[in-house]
Ligand binder design. Structure first.
Ligand code: MG
Length: 331
């Protein structure tokens, strides 16, 4: 059951905007802004990246409203195994970053970073494999940074490190499908992320047989229920991930991961370790390779300490108002 859209004033009454420092530059940013809202069911996060337009951001608001105003589907598990996330750092920093992720048996390594080359990716993935050991699962995420030829060349070169899968190696569904055909004999599964969460039709990638695995995120897909529906309709195994959320947003990701009937892959929900500060104490970071499932309340003193500047707060409140209007128009 999804609750009807609450009036804008009811949402704005509870909004708290924070700006959190990152421990490591990631996705080109060194601060993460998020708006947090509180409804009858608890707190939720609204944190589409600033460059996203209102049409895209409105779906993130639908997710926040759903999580804070509606009871969530029942969990099938009390904790969710998570992966370590390795930003596009120099190989020499790999061990230091890995140490922030307690007990994680899986590492996701960012590759194809703008301004870097294949040699940087090989050095980073090699350092991860050496530090994490032969039993670790190592996956790479290119964030659509390669064309098909570049992806084929890079993944052949990286295959010596025994990859679990390659996430969004290319941008388009056609490219992913072509790459998947070319990699058929290499046993490197393809996971789709941006092709699911930023697509007008999140199921196209499954119909086109362009991926082996779906990466799903609760906020960009409009909430736990809608993400569950997409996974069920796609008929593919799913990995739940986050978008550099605070611990409040990660709790919604954990609710999605907990509600999936099957969870065969470790989830990208350990990313609180990349933040130098958070709104919850303790933050929702991995312990023994997993995070607990359950609601997370922000600490009032942390909300105050990390409160965004007044003009940023105003920017987020106006964005919420525009997105609320967009959702109202969707009906
Ligand atoms: Mg990704």
């Amino acid at each position: 059951m999804t609750a009807p859209l609450p009036p804008l004033a009811e949402i704005l009454d509870t909004v708290r905007v924070v700006s959190l420092p990152m421990g490591t530059r990631f996705r080109g940013i060194d601060r993460r802004e998020a708006a947090l809202v509180e409804g009858p069911e608890g707190w939720a996060e609204f944190s589409p990246f600033p460059e996203y337009d209102d049409a895209e951001a409105a779906t993130w608001l639908a997710a926040a409203v759903d999580f804070a105003w509606s009871p969530q589907p029942p969990p099938h598990r009390a904790s969710v195994p998570v992966n370590a996330t390795m930003p596009a750092v120099a190989a020499g920093r790999v061990a230091e970053v890995l140490a922030r992720f307690d007990g994680c048996r899986t590492v996701k390594v960012k590759v194809a970073e703008r301004g870097q080359g294949l040699a940087d990716d090989i050095a980073r993935v090699r350092a991860v494999r050496e530090a994490a050991g032969p039993e670790a699962r190592v996956r790479v995420d290119a964030n659509a940074g390669w064309n098909v030829d570049e992806a084929e060349r890079a993944l052949h070169a990286l295959s010596e490190f025994d990859l679990e899968y390659a996430e969004q190696p290319c941008a388009s569904v056609d490219e992913l499908a072509e790459l998947r055909r070319r990699l058929r004999d290499w046993d490197i599964p393809i996971a789709a992320d941006e092709s699911v969460r930023r697509a007008s039709d999140p199921l196209l990638v499954a119909r086109a047989e362009a991926a082996d695995i779906l990466v799903v995120k609760a906020q960009p897909l409009g909430g736990v229920r809608r993400a569950l529906d997409i996974v069920a309709a796609a008929g593919l195994p799913a990995v739940v991930s986050s978008a550099l959320d605070t611990s409040v947003g990660l709790a919604q990701g954990a609710a999605l991961a907990a509600a999936l009937p099957a969870l065969d892959y470790d989830c990208g929900l350990g990313t609180a370790a990349l933040l130098a500060a958070d709104v919850a104490e303790p933050p929702l970071v991995a312990k023994g390779g997993a995070i607990p499932v359950g609601r997370v309340d922000p600490r009032p003193e942390l909300l105050a300490e990390h409160r965004a500047a007044p003009e940023r707060e105003e920017w987020w409140r106006e964005r919420i108002a525009r997105c609320h209007a967009a959702l109202g128009a969707r009906g």
